[in-house]
Each structure stands twice: as structure tokens, then as C-alpha cells.
Design a protein around this ligand. Structure first.
Ligand code: PMP
Length: 432
């Protein structure tokens, strides 16, 4: 079927809330390239929102998935366990920098991992509340919708939200929230509504994902660790977007040296197969009884096979080094764009988790979400998949595979430059 026919089916049969506004349907993909149903080629700078750090259809993952399909596709792990699940658990326990010996439960999506992390924290502490952060994003289930930062459209039609979530400021000095202010806000929350005697956990992304690619300073993360210890709360770090090599280390929290009690991970864990994990200190993970964490499909044998293959690829292909090298290339190009174009500001990166903001007035950092949207739209027309995000909708984020070929990367950069010139022109005298 071609794009036009597929769009017609989409209009008629896919619920509006589930339908993509995009009109090009992916047909097949390799590494950082996608071809649509009409045969048009796209360069993928979005990586399925951070799912494809090792590229579309990595041959080693495809091979492992095919081999698993021939063996066993499904047996609910609570009924008849299988090798893949325990092997993934062993590996994640070894690589996740949580405090002490780690144990693992597997789920299907990021949101489901967060839901289970809250269950673990409640069972382990006997307390109910959680504290989350402005600009944070954790998913679209009820608990995770409530945990998302206030500036998001996800709660709009679905209230009321569970009432056990409190919020604190995330440090983003560029938007006027210093680290000191953020900590003061957190301490204020603990003195008022989010009383520590009722609060099970503080949950945060070490780098805001949907909120705009802002890394939390290591000192802020250390302060949270101390506050959690002081009050018997657990520190839960959501690495769904920042994990699996995006930031140049396996997990973003490693840049700070802080050891959380619990981590959640998903996305690039299995190169696109659905799987997620909660990895936490054994005494917390074991606090609830048998069969309380999981479900019919959690940690499916096929997704586990994909995860094990991904971990092998990380070792064999130096993915962390590639992520750092890509981050350096992005930073360099962004800073040259920042000089050339008045609308580009605040370029930043932690490894290959990289972004810049689109502004209408650089001196005042005035967000220009409309121009950011126009840039993404124009890029798509020219064959580049580009994504925005951020509390003000004006951040352009980069999540292309870290395995992207240099020539494809350059081609993508060229499209962005062309779009920017068409949309805003560039400074007199500057060379693109
Ligand atoms: N946490 C973070 C940090 C995320 O970025 C996302 C997805 N963007 C989620 C949780 C939710 O993951 P999923 O869409 O797989 O439920």
C-alpha cells in the first residue's frame, strides 16, 4: 500500500489520540535511514525517540531475534521461566550502578517500568507519596501521567490524576532556576505537602528528556541522594531516554558517581523490541511477594534475546566511544550554527544526548516554538526526521543512532542548514 492509501486507513480506523500527524509511513529502515511506503528516503535524527542508539535493524539483533523466534516466542515468565529473562537480569544487575547488589524485574514499556518502580518503593518503605520534577516526563499511564511535569499536554483529557504525587523544581539556570533554588524548592515541598514520613521516593531523570535535554548537575544529584538517605526515601532514577549509551556512558547517572536505589530503563535496551526494566537494590526489589511484579508479556523471550544482542553490540562495537564522538561532532556543529543564526541558542550536550533551542530573541532567550515546529516540518519535507521537545516546545533534540555514517550525518546537517536559511536567512558575512 502507498502513503495515500495508508493515510486513508489511518483517518478511518486509528483513534485520534493514537494517530501520528505524520503522513509518510515507514516501510523499511537500516541504521539511520528509513524508506517510506512510496520509496522516499529519510534520514532519521530522532531514532524512534531514543530507541535506536545502535541503529535500525542492527544485523546482530535481527539475527538473535530470528533465532529466538524459531525456539520459543512466548511463555509467561510466571508460568514457565526461560533463559533469556534471567540472563538479562544478570547482565543488568552487573552494569546498573545501583547501590549494593541489584535485582531486576522486566516490563514492556518505559511507563510500565516507572509504575513498577513506584510499587517497589511503596512496598519497600511502607509509604505512598512520590516527588517528581517540573519538566519531567515518565509516560502516559495514570501514575506516570500524574508524575509528569505540569507543563505537558498529556493530562489534559484524563483527570483526575492520582493524588500522591508532589512536584519540585528541576535546575535549569538557562530558564531562571538555579541549582540552589531547585534544592530550596525541594526542601520546601518536603516541609509542606510531601512530608517525608509519607513519601516513598524522589523520582527524576538525570537528564530531562521530553523537558528539553537538561542534565542535572552532579552536585544536585548528590544532594538528592543525601536527602533521600536522611529521610528514608528511595532515590529512583529514570534512564528510559538517557540510558543505554546515549550520554557517552551506559547510564547518565554514572557521570555523577551517585548510586540510586532504583533505576528504570527501556527504549534503546532492545533496538526497538518492546522491553523495559526496573533495576534496584535487592532488599527493595524483594520487598514485595512472588508474582507481584510483572504481567503476561513482561520480558518476552524475543525482547530478551534482542537485549542480550544489544549488550554484545555495545561491547564489540565500542558504542559508548561512538556516542561520545558523535556528541563532540554535534556540539561543534551546533556552536557554529549558534554563531551563524540568530534563532539558535543554548546548544548543549551530554555525549550524544544533544540539543539546541530556537528563539526569537537571543538576549532574552525568548522561546520560538512556532519556528522550531516549522524547522521540523521543513526538514521532514526535505527527507530528515527531526524532533522538538522542551518545556517551551522550542528545543530541537538529536537522537540519531550513534552508529550513523559520517556521510549520512553530514547530509542531515546540510538539510538543517538549508531549512534554517530558507526560514530565517543567516547573518551577513557568516559562511554556512
Ligand atoms: N521516561 C522517560 C524519561 C521517557 O523519555 C519516556 C518516553 N519518552 C518514558 C518514561 C515512557 O516510556 P514509554 O513511552 O515506553 O512508556
Amino acid at each position: 500500500m502507498n502513503n495515500a492509501q495508508l493515510n486513508e486507513l489511518k483517518q478511518r480506523y486509528v483513534a485520534k489520540g493514537a494517530a501520528s500527524p505524520a503522513t509518510h509511513f515507514a516501510d523499511h529502515a537500516r541504521n539511520a535511514e528509513i524508506w517510506d511506503a512510496d520509496g522516499k528516503r529519510f534520514i532519521d535524527f530522532a531514532g524512534g525517540i531514543g530507541v535506536l542508539n545502535i541503529g535500525h535493524c542492527h544485523p546482530k539483533v535481527v539475527e538473535a531475534v530470528k533465532a529466538q523466534l524459531d525456539k520459543v516466542m512466548h511463555t509467561c515468565q510466571t508460568v514457565m521461566p526461560y533463559e533469556g529473562y534471567v540472563k538479562v537480569a544478570e547482565k543488568l544487575s552487573q552494569i546498573a550502578p545501583v547501590r549494593g547488589h541489584a535485582k531486576v524485574m522486566l516490563a514492556n514499556s518505559g511507563a510500565e517500568a516507572l509504575e513498577n518502580a513506584v510499587k517497589v518503593a511503596r512496598a519497600a518503605t511502607g509509604k505512598t507519596n512520590v516527588i517528581c520534577f517540573d519538566g519531567g516526563y515518565h509516560g502516559r499511564t495514570f501514575m506516570t501521567m500524574a508524575m509528569n511535569g505540569k507543563v505537558n499536554p498529556y493530562q489534559a483529557d484524563f483527570g483526575p490524576m492520582p493524588g500522591t504525587v508532589f512536584r519540585a523544581p528541576y535546575p535549569v539556570p538557562y530558564h531562571g532556576v538555579s541549582e540552589d533554588e531547585a534544592l530550596r524548592g525541594l526542601k520546601m515541598a518536603l516541609r509542606t505537602d510531601a512530608n517525608p514520613k509519607d513519601t516513598a521516593a524522589i523520582i527524576l531523570e538525570p537528564v530531562l528528556g521530553e523537558g528539553g535535554f537538561y542534565p542535572a548537575p552532579a552536585t544536585f544529584l548528590k544532594a538528592i541522594r543525601e536527602i533521600c538517605d536522611e529521610h528514608g526515601m528511595l532515590m529512583i532514577v529514570d534512564e528510559v531516554q538517557s540510558g543505554f549509551g546515549r550520554t557517552g556512558k551506559m547510564f547518565a547517572i554514572e557521570h555523577s558517581g551517585v548510586e540510586p536505589d532504583i533505576m528504570t530503563m527501556a527504549k534503546s535496551m532492545a533496538d526497538g523490541m518492546p522491553i523495559s526494566a526496573v533495576v534496584g537494590t535487592d532488599k527493595h526489589m524483594d520487598a514485595s511477594g512472588g508474582n507481584s511484579l510483572g504481567g503476561t508479556y513482561t520480558g518476552s523471550p524475543v525482547s530478551c534475546a534482542a537485549t542480550l544482542a544489544v549488550l554484545e553490540v555495545f561491547e564489540q562495537e565500542g558504542i559508548l566511544e561512538k556516542s561520545q564522538a558523535l556528541g563532540d561532532k554535534l556540539a561543534k556543529r551546533f556552536s557554529s550554527w549558534q554563531q551563524q543564526f540568530d534563532c539558535i541558542d543554548n546548544s548543549r550536550n551530554m555525549g550524544a544526548m544533544a540539543a539546541f533551542d530556537v528563539v526569537s530573541d537571543k538576549a532574552n532567550h525568548t522561546p520560538d516554538a512556532e519556528l522550531a515546529g516549522a524547522l521540523c516540518k521543513k526538514a521532514r519535507e526535505k527527507g530528515l526526521v527531526l524532533l522538538s521537545c522542551g518545556m517551551y516546545g522550542n528545543t530541537i533534540r538529536f537522537l540519531m543512532p550513534v552508529t550513523i555514517e559520517d556521510s549520512v550525518l553530514e547530509e542531515g546537517f546540510g538539510i538543517i542548514e538549508e531549512c534554517l536559511k530558507e526560514l530565517v536567512g543567516h547573518k551577513a558575512g557568516a559562511t554556512a
